[in-house]
Design a protein around this ligand. Sequence first.
Ligand SMILES: [Zn+2]
Length: 176
Amino acid sequence: MDADLEDDLRRIIAAWGSEQALYEFLTRQASALTTAICGANVPVPGIQVVPSFFAKGILGGGPRRSGEYEPASGDISALISLFPSTCGNEGTTRRALAHELIHHWEVTMPETAGDPPYPDDADSAIAGPFSDATREKRWRNGHPPRFIGKASVVAQMLGISLQHMLVQAQHRSRQR
Ligand SMILES: [Zn+2]
């Protein structure tokens, strides 16, 4: 087995005892969080944990993501991919899952006047983790104000800071 893959597996076993235990946690959380974030009628995305080298490969030298979201397409259901570096404990895993489920909400729920507003504290929460404006701008391209408004509500629901909900996990994993 590749050294990176061995590292991934060792990390998962150390944190969860087995891959199965991690997947059971993810399955339970995905179901509960999809209902809480998107509503009861939205299908739960598939969840997979993918090797860490996917994260490096996708983004080259940029900030590493804690996960990826692919919307449903035709008969293929939506899919969330998380990286082993994100799944170090229940808190970071739940947070990364919730972040990707907000992307699911963006895609599955039509925009309405009742969507949460862009929060006052968002600009400072977002600027902090980025080392330069270009990186922040690139991040904002994938995370419009509607996403950030919803993230603020979800962060409060989960009892975590808006910064952690948005970008802190990515920033930290980049420096690992
Ligand atoms: Zn995102």
